[in-house]
Design a binder for this molecule. Structure first.
Ligand code: B12
Length: 286
C-alpha cells in the first residue's frame, strides 16, 4: 500500500489534485489507515497514472475521470459525484420511483456544475442505462421512465436559461432520429450561453427544416446523428439547408457525426461544443 505522498511521487499529480479527483470524480477510493491516512493499492495507482496521462494530453478532468472509471461503469456501480452519495440512475429506473429518480437528478445537478453533469455524469449514466436495458436487467418501460425524467430535468434547465435574443439556431434530430437527450442538453448549454436556440426535438421531417429555417430566419442549425440509420436523413437535411440562399450553416454532433459531409463536426462534450458555437456566433463566424 502507498501513502498519498508516495502516490503523488509515482504519478506526478500533487496531493491536493489527488484529493480533488477522489472527492469530485470518485476516480479511486483509497482505503484508510488506522490513523485515517489514505492508502492506495497498485491498481489504484495505475488508474491515477492513466488519469494523469489523459489530463496532461489536454483531456478535461471530468472526461478523463469518466474514461479511467470505465471499469466501474461496466461493473454497474453508480458514479459518485459527492462522497457518500450514490447517484445511481439505473437503480432509480429499476425501482420505478418518481421521487427517487427526481432526487437522483436533482442531487447530480446540485453536486457539481451543469457542464460537468452533461459532459461526465449524465452520458456515463445513460450508457449504464443502455447496458442494463440491453442485458435485460431493466425493461423498456424502466428505461423510458428514466429517460423521461432526464428529459424533464434538462427541459427545466433549458427553460431557466435567459438567451439574449439574437439570431436563431435550430436544434433537432433528423427524421427517424429519437435519441434526443444529449441534444437537449446541448440546446440547454447554448441557451445558458445566451444563444437563441430553438429546440425542435426528435424526428423532424425533412421539409420542415427549410420551412422553419425561413420562418424564424435561422442562420445556423445543429443536428444529432447517432445511429447508422440516421445518417441518410441527416445528410439530406444538411444538403437542403446549405443549398438555401442565404445558406444555413449546419453543425453535427453525436456518435455518427463523422459520416456527414458539408457540416462542421462538434466536440463530443456538449458543453464544450456549445461554448465554441456561442463564441463563433458572437464573432459572426457562423
Ligand atoms: C435512452 C435511449 C433510447 C430512448 C431515447 C429517448 C430520448 N428521449 O432520447 C429510446 C427508447 C427512444 C431509444 C430508442 C432506440 N434505441 Co436507444 N438508447 C438509449 C440510451 C439508453 C441512452 C441514449 C443517450 O442519450 N445516450 C447519450 C450518450 C451516452 O450517447 P453517445 O452516443 O455516447 O453520445 C456521446 C457523444 O456523441 C455526445 N453527443 C450525443 N449527442 C450529441 C449531440 C450534440 C449536438 C453534441 C455536441 C454531442 C452529442 O454525447 C455523448 C457523450 O459524449 C442508449 C445507451 C447509450 N449507450 O447511449 C441506447 C442506445 C443508443 N439505443 C440503441 C438502440 C438499438 C435503439 C433502438 C434501435 C431500439 C429499438 N429496437 O427500437 C431505438 C432507435 C430509435 C431511433 N430511431 O433513433 C443502442 C444503439 C446501438 C447502436 N447501433 O449504436 C444503444 C447504444 C443501446 C444498446 N446498448 O444497445 N433509445
Amino acid at each position: 500500500m502507498y501513502s498519498v505522498k508516495q502516490v503523488s511521487a509515482l504519478t506526478g499529480a500533487t496531493e491536493a489534485t489527488l484529493r480533488v479527483w477522489e472527492r469530485r470524480y470518485g476516480v479511486v477510493e483509497p482505503a484508510r489507515s488506522a490513523a485515517g491516512y489514505r492508502l492506495y493499492d497498485d491498481e489504484q495507482v495505475a488508474v491515477l497514472r492513466a488519469m494523469v496521462a489523459l489530463v496532461n494530453n489536454g483531456v478535461p478532468a471530468s472526461l478523463a475521470a469518466r474514461t479511467v472509471r470505465g471499469t466501474s461503469v461496466q461493473g454497474h456501480s453508480a458514479i459518485p459525484l459527492v462522497p457518500g452519495a450514490t447517484l445511481d440512475l439505473v437503480s432509480a429506473a429499476a425501482e420505478l420511483d418518481p421521487e427517487r429518480v427526481h432526487a437522483v437528478l436533482n442531487e447530480a445537478f446540485a453536486a457539481t456544475s451543469f457542464d460537468d453533469v452533461v459532459d461526465g455524469w449524465l452520458p456515463a449514466e445513460l450508457e449504464r442505462l443502455g447496458e442494463a436495458w440491453q442485458s435485460g436487467r431493466i425493461s423498456v418501460a424502466q428505461e423510458h421512465f428514466a429517460s423521461a425524467a432526464v428529459a424533464r430535468h434538462l427541459s427545466a434547465h433549458f427553460n431557466d436559461a435567459q438567451p439574449q435574443g439574437g439570431v436563431a439556431v435550430l436544434v433537432g434530430l433528423p427524421q427517424g432520429g429519437r435519441h434526443e437527450l444529449m441534444l437537449l442538453a446541448f440546446a440547454a448549454c447554448l441557451r445558458r450561453a445566451g444563444v437563441n436556440a430553438i429546440y425542435l426535438g426528435a424526428d423532424v421531417p425533412l421539409d420542415d427544416w427549410k420551412t422553419v429555417a425561413s420562418d424564424v430566419g435561422a442562420r445556423a442549425a445543429v443536428l444529432g446523428v447517432h445511429l447508422e440509420e440516421d445518417v441518410a436523413a441527416a445528410q439530406a437535411v444538411v444538403d437542403q439547408l446549405t443549398a438555401l440562399r442565404p445558406p444555413v450553416a449546419v453543425r453535427v454532433g453525436g456518435a455518427r457525426r463523422h459520416r456527414i459531409s458539408g457540416a462542421r463536426l462538434l466536440d463530443e462534450r456538449v458543453s464544450q461544443a456549445a461554448a465554441a458555437m456561442a463564441r463563433d456566433l458572437r464573432a459572426g463566424a457562423v
